[in-house]
Design a protein around this ligand. Sequence first.
Ligand code: TYM
Length: 514
Amino acid sequence: MAAQNVGAPPSVEAVKEVAKDGQVVDPYNVSGAKDKDGNLMAIDYEKLRQQFGTQALTDEHLQRFERVTGKAPHRLLRRKLFFSHRDFDQILDHYEKYGFFLLYTGRGPSSGSMHLGHAIPFLFTKELQDIFDVPLVIMLTDDEKFYFTRNKAAAEAGGKKKFDSNVGDFINYAYGNCKDIIALGFDKQKTFIYSDYEYMGGHFYQNVTEFESLVTNSQVRGAFGWQDSTNIGLNAFSAKQCVAAFATSYPVLFGDDDHRSPHYAQLRPTQRVADIPTLIPCAIDQEPHFRIMRDCCSRMQFKSPKPALVLSKFLTALQGAGGKMSASDSSSAIFMSDTAREIEKKIKKYAFSGGGVDRETHERDGGNPDVDVACIYLSYFLESDEELEAITTSYRKGTLSTGEVKKRCILELQKFVAAFQERRAAVTDTLMREYMTPRKLEFKGNPNPTAPAGAAEEGVATEDNNADDAGEKSGRGTKGERKAAKLAAKKLAHREKKEGGAEAKEDVSTPAQQ
Ligand code: TYM
């Protein structure tokens, strides 16, 4: 395959090559390749990583994470279920020096309840928010799911399939999913959750139109497989998911004003907010959006750093490792709304077994925990590394049976889902509205950033404009960094004076020093 620039959208040839190989992963399609007999094979994540041009998350990253935060990495990171990244190092650099970044993730509300796979990036994001003490935005793309579902219905049955949903259904799904997400435990002071139908406007929509003007049809066709028949809403949608990663899309969260009814207080964003970098945790299916984004960041009027990503594998469908859980196929997924009995039934009936064909064979040859769905689920949800190791070792040896592993898996999932459902029952409409109200977020970030106040506002830590990044660090930053920071602080003071009224705004870029 031709070499692909990191961050560039895939070439048409690259996309064709992926299709030829049979493995397809994009935000709208996830499927492993088929073998010569037509059987679905497990997704080859290493191949995918290379095709996408993302980096591997290594043991060095885990060690650095522990050094920077003083905390052990989450089990999903320890077990490399989050296995790939873009610019994770830069985000850690930025946090060490300047104190905080923006976390951004999302959900496309295609049904009233999320499944366990959807919970994975949120569990990880919550841990990151708690550890780094940083602001978080969660986008609910009810508009995307409306476009997508209608597009799918139009394509099915030669256009004869009736589309019997409406915009209101997707807004209601967004509310249901919003409550699910709140029940996963996000800190209200630091979290803003929004539905696209509600929030679009102001600086966000200014960013959308500017971004749309930078992306061509051929780029979105390459990344998502859109065709002439694709509806124009879906064709343009990616711009919204991309600009949602710009801090300028949320001025109020950072103490700026927006350009919205009724006051229209501030026409355009500020560079101070544009300079805040973003980290996006998600599964690797969402990466094609952000690849396009990274290509366009520096072409926006208010330039922002390219977003960093941490990317996970998919919690596999019950049927095995060639697909992911899907909300539209209830036998492939365990939903957060499933009862204990339903969980038990689904695991017993559908979970693909990596065990021997009968007891004798299993005891003689052992099982394969790498393809056994109950073992795979335990690797996502069981906290104890020791117990997981003991289970996989005995399963491999054949001393633990498929039935026993399934039993352990059922218990663990029932425990997780029951605790979730208890919290979910307590999420009221009023609480949901509090999370969904744009307001200044309260966060502390890194209590001991090494760079002086004012530096972050000028974006000196971003990969695009920081030639000093590799420089030797003293406790206060390199000499070059200190010089740049001083200059930046001077420039900022000058700009604020010029803009007038800006002095009333609080400094959000170095919250630890407020
Ligand atoms: P959606 O609703 O398809 O998925 C929501 C999040 O869950 C991840 N995901 C999974 N992770 C592990 N195992 C699975 N089986 C699995 N299925 C889905 C997705 O990667 C995603 O992180 N357009 C997006 C919503 C969105 C978004 C974002 C997602 C808007 N902005 C920023 C991530 C980051 C969507 O429809 O996601």
